[in-house]
Every structure is written in structure tokens, then in C-alpha cells.
Design a protein around this ligand. Structure first.
Ligand code: 3PG
Length: 208
């Protein structure tokens, strides 16, 4: 279930996590992040504009736009209709996994314990999101899963920042990390696209 997710996660060390309220910000925001070297973008379904934002961003050359905060089959259907190429969820339920598999939507499902990770592995998910990364134990926790569960690679998300990103990315079981710091709300509200491109460029050069 994870081959396509792996391909997307390998595009860059960081996947920007985006909460966008104004659809007018979508295209310039995506263009700045892609230009900075971060092509895979997660648009969270947490705003009224999110689906329109996905549709707009999907037209940006070089971008691979996914939908985050998928909770229900309806979310999956709407995300696919909007043009999302992948999905991300904070946790995982059988209902949600079934919906993504039926829709053919590559999913990065969330796990925060060995049991959750094993349940997803049973269904074929070898690429998983580790969420909420910092609160659930951070890099030391994830490092502890590498030896018993070497088949799984994670995208830690939640509290990842320039301060700790290297700690995660240096682990053998981390494929990439997600974070919102590359697109601070104040910067895209003020139209500081050059600033966002700079933040993206710094994140794109993080070693992994
Ligand atoms: C989220 O839940 O918004 C994502 O996990 C991003 O978390 P962050 O804002 O701590 O990067």
C-alpha cells in the first residue's frame, strides 16, 4: 500500500503542512515552496477553503499536492475530487484505510505506538506518519522502533522544527518529516513569498 507514498516522501526531506484560509494564497504559496525545493505539499482539511486550495495548488507546475487531516470516507472522496495526489491522516481507522484503498489514494496514515504501527504494517503500510511526533516521545521514541520494526519508515510530524529536524532525519527509519514552520501564516498573509521560498530552500537542504 506504500510504494507510491514512499515515492512522494522521497521527493524532499520536509513536507510542508499547510493551513490555508484564503484561496488567493494557494497558488503563490505553492509556487514559493516548490521553487524553494519542497514539491510535496500537505493541505490540511481544516479550513472551509481547503478543497479549493488543493485544486488551485494542483495546477502549480512541479507540485505534488496532498490532503491532510483525512478523517472520514467523505474527506477522502472530496480530496480526490479536488485533485489530491496523496492523503495524510493523524491516526488510522479501518474505515479510512478502506476508503483510501478503494479510491486508489496513497495514504500516509498516522501511528503513535508500536501497536498502531504493527496494525498498519499488517495492512501493508510500510510508510507511516509518526504523530504527534514531539508530544508522543520525539526522536528517541522513533529511534526505539527502528530495531524491532525495521520494515517501517516514518514521517514524523507535529512539533518538528529547524531545531529538531536533524535529530529525526538522521534516524534510519525516517523517510522525511512534516512541519508547518516553512510556511508561517504571517508570511503568507503578508505576501512574503520570497521569505517562504528562503525557508523552503533551507529545509530542502536538510541532510537525511
Ligand atoms: C499539524 O497537526 O498541524 C501538523 O502536525 C503540523 O504540526 P506543526 O505545526 O507542529 O509542524
Amino acid at each position: 500500500a506504500s510504494a507510491k507514498a514512499a515515492e512522494i516522501c522521497e521527493l524532499a526531506p520536509i513536507v510542508p503542512v499547510l493551513i490555508v484560509e484564503d484561496v488567493a494564497h494557494a497558488a503563490p504559496l505553492a509556487a514559493a515552496l516548490v521553487a524553494g525545493g519542497l514539491p510535496a505539499l500537505e493541505v490540511t482539511l481544516r479550513t472551509d477553503a481547503a478543497l479549493e486550495v488543493i485544486a488551485e495548488m494542483a495546477r502549480v507546475e512541479g507540485g505534488v499536492v496532498g490532503a491532510g487531516t483525512l478523517l472520514t470516507p467523505k474527506d477522502v472522496q472530496r480530496a480526490v475530487e479536488a485533485g489530491a495526489k496523496f492523503g495524510v491522516s493523524p491516526g488510522a481507522t479501518d474505515t479510512l484505510l478502506d476508503a483510501c484503498e478503494e479510491a486508489g489514494l496513497p495514504l500516509l496514515p498516522g501511528a503513535a505506538s508500536a501497536t498502531e504501527a504493527m496494525r498498519l504494517l499488517e495492512r501493508g503500510y510500510t510508510i507511516q506518519k509518526f504523530f504527534p511526533a514531539e508530544a508522543a516521545g520525539g526522536a528517541p521514541f522513533l529511534k526505539s522502533l527502528a530495531s524491532p520494526l525495521p520494515q517501517i519508515r516514518f514521517c514524523p510530524t507535529g512539533g518538528v522544527s529547524p531545531k529538531n529536524a536533524r535529530d529525526y532525519l538522521s534516524l534510519p527509519n525516517v523517510i522525511c518529516a512534516g512541519g508547518s514552520w516553512v510556511a508561517p501564516k504571517e508570511m503568507f498573509k503578508s505576501g512574503d513569498w520570497a521569505g517562504i521560498e528562503r525557508l523552503a530552500a533551507e529545509a530542502a537542504t536538510l541532510p537525511r
